[in-house]
Design a protein around this ligand. Sequence first.
Ligand code: NAG
Ligand code: NAG
Ligand code: NAG
Ligand code: NAG
Ligand code: ZN
Length: 487
Amino acid sequence: MNIVVSLLFSFFLRHAVARGGQRCTSLTSASGFENDSYAGSARHLFVENQSHARIDVARGYMTNSELEKAVKEFGQRCSHISTIYSIGKSVNGFPLWVIEISDKPGKEEPEPAFKFVGNVHGDEPVGRELLLILANWICDNYMRDPLVKLIVENVHLHILPSMNPDGFSLRRRGNANGIDLNRDFPDQFLPWNDDEDARQPETKAIMGWLREIHFTASASLHGGALVANYPWDGTQDKRRNYYACPDDGTFRFLASVYSQSHYNMSLSKEFEGGITNGAFWYPIYGGMQDWNYIYGGCFELTLEISDNKWPNAEELPTIWEYNKMSVLNLVASLVKKGVHGRVFSSDSGRPLPGLITVKGINYTVKAGSVFSDYHRLLVPGERYEVMAAVPGYKSKATNIWLEEEAMTVDFILDPEITSEGTLLRSMCDCNCGSKSRLFWEEYFLGVHFEVYLVLIVFLAFLCFLLRRRIKFNLLKHGQSPKRLVSI
Ligand SMILES: *[C@@H]1O[C@H](CO)[C@@H](O)[C@H](O)[C@H]1NC(C)=O
Ligand SMILES: *[C@@H]1O[C@H](CO)[C@@H](O)[C@H](O)[C@H]1NC(C)=O
Ligand SMILES: *[C@@H]1O[C@H](CO)[C@@H](O)[C@H](O)[C@H]1NC(C)=O
Ligand SMILES: CC(=O)N[C@H]1CO[C@H](CO)[C@@H](O)[C@@H]1O
Ligand SMILES: [Zn+2]
């Protein structure tokens, strides 16, 4: 067998898992709040004007301008591990601020990216508060908590606390145009709503964001129930039914990571194990979750994190404590679980835009465009056949046994030789060598000498061109990747 796929158990990952496993003691002992510089400052009485009747429910929650201030203050306080940017504006012109947390924020690295999106529904504000607490908690505990360190050093974590600031200030589900943003995405079962220009600005901002950043997984935060919901959200026949996506197993696993790490989500009487298939619960169309998986290459969960949509603000610290391990474990699973690696060309060593598939799962994971790194989440403890394909290269497949820990599988692909190319190469090898020249001369001299001469000159020229090109490629991409091992 001519397989040159490199299989490499990542010792770093294993080591990291061992460190992550010790988190319980350190996390429970460290308070999420005493040292949270944000908690004390940003909670003021709601002063926006639209809805005096319900002003009481907003007491203690950040207003939009307080949220903006909190994001910017965070960016200054934690500038060593974060950067702040906006992905667009709401209907009423409020910037959709994102905090990116990483040891190299804003830089491209061969690492998975995760995103949290809060406040998709304007009247579900718990997520936006929790996400600010999360960011600050990470900043405060980065140096002392191994799990947080693992996240900061190996993941690019993007946090959008509020996707729907207008809905929030209006205290309603939809945005300023009254549109439910979680019904506004193109949908596999609604082919007529594919027009991106017809989307709400908040929806377009998310769609553009996924074109910019290659997210491996994500979660949006909602309120009104306590459950981790996974695709599909809709069904072909529009009836309420369990409707499994190709990665049903992977999603059940991810949703369970959340619910099992939660204070009591997995004890749910309504949802077995605290997780549910979206369409089995109730089908929706135009949701963000299915769109992420189908069009964004991103494994998204929809997390319902509190039965009460507007709990008293005094409960927020408790709700954070209930969700803290879930949130951290979910993000860390991008590093601790699944198959990871890079795809290279064997002749030049340069990264290739690999397409990774797993036998039996009708879904393709794309390698990143700069480093050709791929991150394929999978249920641990199973056997898989992983394949890498790149147009113009011979595909390669390898069988792996995926343990509890993550695994690294790099692929080195050989260029596909067309019949024309093979002919050229063998001609070159023959004609450019001097030993057999005499034989060739004698052979050709007698018959049609001129014709053969022209042919030989032509072939020699092609040969020259081909060699030049190979040399140029080697010079340009000569650095051979260090991690590669051939088996
Ligand atoms: C609220 O709106 C009323 C008019 O509807 C206005 O008189 C009042 O000044 C506003 N208050 C605030 C705090 O914006
Ligand atoms: C989880 O705990 C909260 C707070 O004690 C409680 O209100 C809720 O009913 C519990 N949910 C489940 C599913 O046990
Ligand atoms: C795989 O999924 C695509 C849609 O992503 C679908 O068109 C195709 O029919 C599926 N193939 C199989 C074998 O199910
Ligand atoms: C773990 C930690 O850093 N705790 C600190 C939190 O802040 C108080 C003062 O507000 C310090 O005394 C603690 O040491
Ligand atoms: Zn919601």
